[in-house]
Write a protein that binds this ligand. Structure first.
Ligand code: NAD
Length: 259
């Protein structure tokens, strides 16, 4: 892809799933990547995988919702390679799923903090390092933040994902003057570890939820998407092949959201 070689990227949520696949896709195009995640050993494994394929990567640990840690982490990311051109604001959780009347305010806050405030902080602290040379920011929202509102118990998640789309559009508008593009991707069901961070409340489990369409009925492949398919889209949006695209939201869901 054009314009990727020797660029530098920060990927949040890089230890697993979509973030990991995007980091590997970017590194395979000659991008030097900073792999940010909560403190765990997964980013080290991703780093080793990238280095084994002749790519370049470093790891960083921070909670994306913590302003102090994120300010330091983005600073360190920019210092690692002496530049910052690409930011993939991707870390996210499903969090606690509960009916609205039972949703604990602190559980609502936690989902909004990680998914929405985390995106804001990632972008906020990246801009000073990107505004000189321009670049590309990609945000992971979901079809659940823009097209699909059929999952009981996911009001906090959907609200955070809808907020990300609005935020990315405002960022695209404001940052165009620095030649920084900002686009949002909206995946459908992708086979990742996100369900490990999903906590259905006891109240939710008692509700008989109408199923709009059964699992696996995604029209294109009849299976959840693979993280690598999303990683390829991220590499495209990071590259000069998408140089006239900003402020868009792109669905990557095998037509799941059209059912
Ligand atoms: P995943 O759980 O496999 O990966 C998410 C990564 O983010 C994990 O490594 C986790 O440790 C990290 N993370 C979580 N909270 C963090 C925090 N506070 N600070 C830093 N890192 C944190 O899940 P995934 O499916 O790859 O999710 C990536 C993004 O894709 C999320 O924003 C999610 O909402 C979105 N998404 C996923 C799907 C899907 O079906 N998997 C669909 C639509 C959107």
């Amino acid at each position: 892809l054009p314009g990727l070689k020797d660029k530098a990227a920060l990927v949040t949520g890089a230890g697993s799933g979509i973030g990991k696949a995007a980091a590997i896709a970017l590194a395979s195009q000659g991008v030097k990547v900073c792999l940010l995640d909560l403190k765990n050993d997964r980013t080290e494994q991703v780093k080793e995988e990238i280095i084994a394929q002749q790519g370049e990567a470093v790891t960083l640990d921070a909670d994306v919702s913590d302003p102090v840690r994120m300010m330091q982490a983005v600073e360190n990311a920019a210092k690692s390679w002496g530049r910052l051109d690409i930011v993939f604001a991707n870390a996210g959780i499903n969090g606690v799923l509960a009916p609205i009347e039972d949703m604990k305010p602190e559980d609502w806050d936690h989902t909004l903090f990680v998914n929405l405030k985390g995106t804001f902080l990632t972008v906020k602290y990246a801009v000073p390092h990107m505004k000189q040379n321009g670049g590309s920011i990609i945000v992971t929202s979901s079809i659940n933040g823009s097209r699909v509102f059929s999952n009981f118990g996911m009001s906090a998640y959907s609200t955070s994902k809808a907020g990300q789309v609005a935020f990315a559009k405002m960022a695209a508008l404001e940052l165009a003057r620095y030649k920084i593009r900002v686009n949002t991707i909206c995946p459908g069901s992708i086979q990742t570890k996100i369900s490990e961070n999903t906590h259905p409340s006891p109240e939710l489990q008692k509700i008989k939820i109408p199923v709009k369409y059964p699992e696996g009925s995604q029209p294109l492949e009849h299976t959840p998407g693979q993280p690598e398919q999303v990683g390829d889209l991220v590499a495209f949006l990071a590259s000069d092949a998408s140089s006239h695209m900003t402020g868009t939201e792109l669905f990557i869901d095998g037509a799941e959201s059209l059912l």
